[in-house]
Design a protein. Structure first.
Lengths: 356, 246
């Protein structure tokens, strides 16, 4: 499918799950600010989870399909998808065809970033192994920049059964809540020992406001001072996305997708990936609270989310085949082979799980 | 989290841990970081996404679904004490040609006058030592170099430049470095290399690595142009030398 950008919206970029492999050489990860929403959208339209989609920020674009057809789903924040003048729900797959127009009604109380996932994904040349746009480096995605009026974009090769995913809806219990009262879970460390007990206590019990310095690189927060034991500076080391670093002024900064790979401020804690997704949905002026967790519980949270993704794959497969599929009790195998009889001839079929 | 005699394994969210070897900048400590990086990369364990070496710690990014973290940490605790600091005596030094002064290094004279030196003396001091690349960070391909002669140190510019051209070689405090991409910055610029430190469409995209040594070699404007042409047409071979012992 091809589509044309009639109006780019506020900030619309091509993103996948990020540019792994070069963090050690100073290249920021980039990738979706809410990777959970991107993964779910991709599963819904039959794509591997790392497929590129449009990341839409607050005010969405206006697009016209110029050739072909695809299934499309909006995940993340419900920014009010309008197809041919009709408002459509997020988290539901729709067929779009040549001549159709897509636009967005506007922001939602429940978030600021949405993912428009299309069957086959956004087809741009990968740069250093990823289709993500890294804005400051002007590379990746669509010519290293946000979409602009007049751009023509192609989608890639879709899932064999893509047409069957039309009208598939995400089961309600799998849709992330992102309710404003959600506390953001963070694992203390790697440099929590450089803060006073009181500093840690204040960070995990206070309300922080997102300042206007909030973008894909990171969010500066404002609130009660987080006290260091001594200096705020460390010998530069790595900054994983989701890191809460606190400079000498005691005001935390949460580093996000486009954040630099290394830095010299003490890191009090690192958000869990799901907490980072929740934060990425918040806007300047809104408030956030944090909740202390430990690494083992954070890993359990990640496993539960992976379970949800598996359930979503099963739900999509059940929907598209008309048969109820059952959730495997054990971790699903990644590949296998089976014999199939087609027109009285027996075929050996090797298969491999692509939704990884 | 886990503490042993001289390293600590620290949590960094649910999909990263840091192996911290102390809070000092030293060749010995960075050599331990490099050695552990090589060891982990060689083992190609399922679930390890990437390792990021810095001055004195190694960040290990992993997939928390695929990796059994408890088992992995036990394994690290077993292998780290027996992993010697990587001080590769056979390591070569990579030559970085630099055109000093003039348009390429607009701050050379100022840097010289700070310390009452001539421009030639600054060039001589800057290009006579081998520098160790402790880590890359800040921007894609930016090397954190150690070993500059402190007699040519210079403060940062009072008002940073809006655009510093890629390849510029600068001094800030007792540090020297090379800008891999056009970027704003406050370093005193003393020269420029015709080499391309970062090109996302080249293999490898990033020229330098942590753990290597580099030496700056003064070249004329004419040589700068010739090398530049070779670099742009893909005909430049990096020159490496035996390391100079200090």
């Amino acid at each position: 499918m091809d589509f044309k950008v009639d109006n780019p919206g506020m900030l619309t970029t091509v993103q996948d799950l990020g540019r792994w492999g070069y963090l050690g050489k100073g290249m920021p990860l980039a990738g979706a600010m809410d990777p959970a929403a991107l993964k779910m959208g991709n599963i819904m339209v039959g794509n591997p989870v790392n497929t590129a989609a449009l990341e839409i920020t607050i005010m969405g674009p206006a697009l016209t399909v110029t050739a072909g057809e695809a299934v499309a789903v909006l995940t993340g924040a419900d920014l009010g998808l309008i197809i041919n003048g009709k408002l459509k729900p997020a988290w539901k797959c729709f067929m779009i065809r040549s001549g159709d127009t897509l636009s967005f009604r506007g922001s939602s109380a429940r978030g600021s970033r949405a993912y428009l996932c299309l069957s086959g994904g956004i087809e741009v040349d990968p740069v250093m192994g990823s289709r993500s746009t890294y804005l400051r480096g002007k590379l990746g995605g669509f010519n290293g920049r946000p979409l602009a009026k007049g751009d023509v974009i192609h989608t890639g090769e879709p899932h064999l059964l893509w047409k069957r995913f039309e009208d598939f809806e995400c089961p309600e219990d799998l849709v992330p809540g992102h309710v404003p009262v959600t506390r953001l879970k963070a694992v203390p460390g790697p440099q929590d020992n450089l803060f006073t007990e009181k500093g840690l206590e204040i960070f995990f019990s206070s309300e922080y406001t997102i300042t206007t310095s909030a973008d894909r690189m990171g969010y500066r927060l404002e609130g009660p001072l987080v006290e260091h034991l001594g200096s705020a500076d460390i010998i530069s080391d790595a900054i994983p996305p989701g890191s809460v670093q606190v400079p000498g002024n005691g005001q935390p900064i949460v580093m996000l997708s486009d954040g630099q790979t290394t830095g010299g401020y003490a890191k009090l804690a690192v958000l869990t990936t799901l907490a980072r997704c929740t934060l990425a949905q918040r806007l300047p002026g809104q408030t956030v609270r944090f909740e202390r967790t430990d690494q083992a519980s954070a890993i359990l949270e990640a496993r539960h989310f992976k379970e949800k993704l598996n359930r979503l794959i099963i739900a999509r497969a059940s929907f598209s085949t008309g048969h109820t599929m059952f959730h495997p009790e054990e971790r699903e195998p990644a590949s296998g082979s089976m014999n199939m009889k087609i027109n009285d001839r027996i075929w050996k079929v090797d298969w491999e799980l692509l939704d990884k | 989290m886990k503490k042993s005699e001289d390293f600590r394994i620290l949590p960094a969210g649910e999909s990263c841990i840091f192996v911290d070897f102390g809070s000092m900048v030293s060749l010995e400590i960075n050599g331990r970081v490099q050695a552990l990086q090589k060891k982990i990369e060689t083992e190609q364990l399922t679930g390890i996404r990437e390792v990021v070496p810095t001055y004195r710690s190694l960040a290990i990014y992993f997939d928390p679904i695929l990796l059994d973290l408890e088992k992995f940490i036990k394994r690290l605790e077993d292998i780290i004490p027996g992993t010697a600091s990587l001080q590769d005596e056979t390591a070569k030094t990579v030559v970085i040609p630099v055109c000093y002064g003039g348009k390429s290094g607009p701050d050379l004279e100022r840097v010289a006058s700070f310390k009452g030196l001539t421009c030639e003396e600054v060039i001589q001091k800057h290009s006579s030592r081998d520098y160790y690349c402790y880590m890359l960070g800040f921007t894609p391909g930016f090397p954190y170099l150690g070993g500059m002669d402190e007699s040519i140190s210079a403060p940062r510019l009072e008002s940073p430049r809006e655009i510093i051209p890629a390849g510029s070689v600068g001094i800030a405090g007792t540090q020297t470095g090379i800008y891999p991409i056009n970027s704003p910055g406050g370093w005193q610029l003393i020269g420029r290399t015709p080499l391309t430190l970062f090109d996302p469409h080249r293999e490898p995209p990033i020229l330098l690595e942590s753990g290597i040594w580099i030496r700056f070699r003064p070249v004329s404007e004419e040589a700068y142009r010739q090398i530049s042409e070779k670099v742009n047409s893909g005909n430049w071979d990096m020159e490496t030398l035996e390391r100079r012992r200090s």
